[in-house]
Design a protein around this ligand. Structure first.
Ligand code: SAM
Length: 350
């Protein structure tokens, strides 16, 4: 069996065994990747045309009680300048975003105890009242079933919670002991059960990651069957235990994006900011490998540098105030078009 034949098999059956995934990842080469991207693009075009969905990302707090070894806003990073946006600031971001054409707002933050269920329910209610035609995506980390349910009932539509890695021992390499893969997965199943359009994902090239870990990721994603998958390269942050570790590559990230598109034809798949950070054309390349979503930054420019998950994060300067226009131009340059649309998940046409 060759890598090319396995890609055809994946296209047909939408699943592979762990051994097949490992083979496909370990035996990739430039020619296989080009063939994979052509197939992934044909699937992307069949499901979405040349339309790219946008999500306005509002990084509303960088306080975090967790201490993930890879993350720049981990609790132990004493040099992070902590901030929290007020409700008024968040609503202002939504208002600006709406005028620019965003119909999905992503509220992302560290696990910040200040944002209790009561506060989140109120905030979600305000956003929905002001923008009833918009979707709200939350990305606030691990919470209880009841908390997820209350926020869903308040009007939140989607939730992003990357599983980070589906390999137990790798999970322990990336996180302190109080965090567990078991709980992370349970949260994801709870989110799906409640009714959220649910997103998971992983970093590519995180310290200690092997082809076997990536195979586990693909098996877990197949099993969860999420509506969204967010993957991007691991990028080191100088104030973390992984400061001196090598980052993930564009090449492997693109390959994994292509495989995801073939496995889950209608999944919502962003070309991430991290990919745009390690390669000036990273997001364009991500789209050409099968991604169909971009997530421009809508946070007030004054706080963008403070939400520094990794070094050299793009779009943090004043000149980047209007990320949507910049991305619209980038997408046009490769034949794609940003649309004004909520960009909800749609069931498979196949
Ligand atoms: N606290 C929430 C959570 O845990 O899902 C959301 C915020 S968290 C900072 C968002 C994502 O950033 C994580 O899921 C992780 O994959 C990514 N991330 C953190 N540090 C990173 C790094 N050094 N390189 C690339 N991605 C990183």
């Amino acid at each position: 069996m060759t890598a090319q034949q396995l890609i055809q098999q994946l296209n047909r059956d939408k699943r592979l065994t762990k051994e097949e995934w490992i083979f496909l990842i370990e035996h990739r080469d430039a020619r296989t990747a080009e063939e994979l991207f052509a197939l992934a693009r044909s699937i992307q075009l069949r499901h979405f045309g040349n339309k790219i969905y946008t999500r306005g990302l509002i990084e509303f707090t960088n306080y975090c009680k967790n201490d993930c070894y890879y993350c720049g806003i981990r609790r132990s990073n004493q040099s992070a300048q902590r901030y929290r946006l007020t409700d008024e600031q968040i609503l202002e971001c939504c208002k600006t975003g709406y005028a620019l054409g965003f119909r999905t707002f992503v509220l992302q933050g560290g696990e910040d105890g200040y944002f209790t269920d009561e506060r989140m329910v109120e905030l979600i209610g305000w956003i929905k009242k002001n923008h009833p035609d918009c979707a709200i995506t939350l990305s606030l980390g691990e919470r209880s079933y009841d908390s997820y349910r209350r926020m869903y009932e308040a009007g939140a539509d989607r939730y992003l919670l990357r599983h980070e890695t589906a390999d137990e021992s790798h999970y322990e390499r990336l996180h302190p002991p109080r965090l567990s893969l078991k709980n992370r997965k349970e949260c994801l199943y709870n989110l799906k059960e409640i009714g959220y359009q649910t997103g998971t994902g992983f970093m590519v090239g995180s310290p200690g990651q092997t082809a076997e870990c990536l195979a586990e990721d693909m098996l877990f994603i197949r099993e969860l069957n999420p509506q969204m998958v967010g993957i991007g390269p691991f990028v080191p942050h100088h104030e973390t235990p992984f400061a001196a570790e090598p980052g993930g590559t564009v090449e492997l990230t693109l390959y994994m994006l292509g495989l995801l598109r073939v496995m889950l034809p209608n999944v919502l798949l962003p070309a991430t900011t991290a990919l745009g950070t390690i390669d000036p054309k990273g997001r364009e390349k991500g789209i050409l490998a099968g991604a169909n979503v971009v997530m421009p930054n809508l946070s007030p420019t004054g706080v963008r540098k403070k939400y520094e998950l990794y070094d050299n994060k793009i779009c943090t300067g004043d000149e980047a105030a209007e990320c949507r226009q910049c991305l619209a131009g980038r997408m046009r340059s490769i034949g794609y078009e940003l649309v004004i649309d909520r960009g909800d998940y749609r069931e498979n046409k196949d």
